[in-house]
Ligand binder design. Structure first.
Ligand SMILES: C[S@@+](CC[C@H](N)C(=O)[O-])C[C@H]1O[C@@H](n2cnc3c(N)ncnc32)[C@H](O)[C@@H]1O
Length: 322
């Protein structure tokens, strides 16, 4: 399993950029960018080098952790996967590319696409000293146009991106990303009901075009969850001192909530159940909410079933279990 915390090389690159940069200024910029997101705006608020760095300091650790969690879930289902090429759509500061490089030593060709000049410049600055990433190709442009002329890739990623475009555009982009996917597509969004709704719409559309779901679902059928319930997961990550300062936070960690889907061209052989919430453990039994091949299930594992109970006690929200 790849660690959810930023790799040392990326931390050092961010620290290098931070030298001579006021953390109060970064905190102010990060707060204003977050407010824009909360108010329904997008990355258009990130216009300068200072904005891009503030955004990266505040958000890169959490988006990196979430993408890593999605990729770890994929590796668990398809342990032999060894993609050699990557396409990162709406790559921003390159977060998902770093997570994929860390997860898959097999990756050799990295292509990133984004419309935001400041984030692109930061991404290129962060990879300068990285042996594996310094030769990335980073196309500047609107996603659909840039994707149209991009080569296909084994692995295509879109992390925290599709929520920034309109619904009709999301449909078109989903199909185009799938066209460019040779093996696997991972799309990840904030773990809100709206983020989940975007993931489910894309999932349904691409299943209709022949995609199979590798994670988190145990099946390619309709999602069994009914509103107000929604499928999402959480990933804990450590906060560095700079991260705490920029976020004005006290706690040494944060929990990032995310929704995701991994779609593959190959049929999925392993279909474990997925734990959809933190299980409740009592002295009598473990009760777990599961997505199974037969739909939603609330499984009770009694203490008297000693071995099963012992393993169910270790289940965590997001785990694949049998
Ligand atoms: C919230 S950021 C996420 C960045 C990165 N994927 C990550 O996880 O850290 C969304 C990114 O999508 C990009 N984006 C949004 N709409 C786009 C479009 N139509 N074409 C290209 N990039 C777009 C933004 O410029 C921004 O970099």
């Amino acid at each position: 399993m790849t660690s959810p915390d930023l790799p040392a090389e990326l931390k050092a690159a961010l620290d290098g950029k931070l030298r001579g940069f006021s953390r109060n200024d970064a905190a102010g910029r990060a707060a204003s960018i977050s407010k824009t997101y909360r108010d329904g705006g997008g990355s258009g608020a990130i216009r300068s080098e200072a904005d891009a760095l503030a955004y990266a300091l505040a958000r890169m650790p959490a988006t990196y952790a979430a993408v890593t969690a999605g990729l770890n879930a994929l590796v668990e289902i398809m342990p032999d996967l060894a993609p050699t090429s990557l396409l990162d759509v709406g790559a921003g500061p390159g977060t998902a590319t770093w997570a994929a490089a860390e997860t898959f030593p097999s990756l050799q060709r990295f292509t990133l696409l984004d419309a935001n000049d400041a984030l692109r410049a930061l991404a290129l600055g962060l990879v300068t000293d990285s042996f594996r990433l310094r030769d990335v190709s980073y196309e500047r442009g609107e996603a659909r146009a840039a994707l149209t002329s991009a080569d296909t890739a084994d692995l295509v990623l879109a992390s925290y991106m599709i929520g920034e475009i309109g619904e009709a555009e999301q449909r078109a982009l989903a199909e185009l990303m799938w066209q460019k996917t040779r093996d696997t597509l991972l799309v990840l969004e904030p773990g809100t009901p709206a983020g989940y709704a975007r993931i489910i719409a894309l999932r349904e559309r691409l299943i209709a075009l022949g995609a199979h779901v590798a994670a988190p679902c145990s099946h390619d059928g309709k999602c069994p969850l009914q509103p107000p319930d929604w499928c999402h997961f959480t990933q804990r990550l450590q906060r560095s001192r700079a991260h705490k300062q920029v976020k004005g936070a006290e706690l040494p960690f944060e929990d990032e909530r995310f929704a995701y889907v991994v779609l593959t061209r190959a049929a999925v052989v392993q279909r474990p159940s997925r734990v959809l919430a933190q299980p409740v453990v009592s002295k009598v039994e473990v009760t777990a909410k599961l997505c199974t091949t037969d739909g939603l299930a609330f499984r009770k594992v009694p203490r008297r079933a000693k071995a099963d109970y012992a393993s169910a006690r270790r289940w965590r929200w997001g785990d694949a279990v049998n």
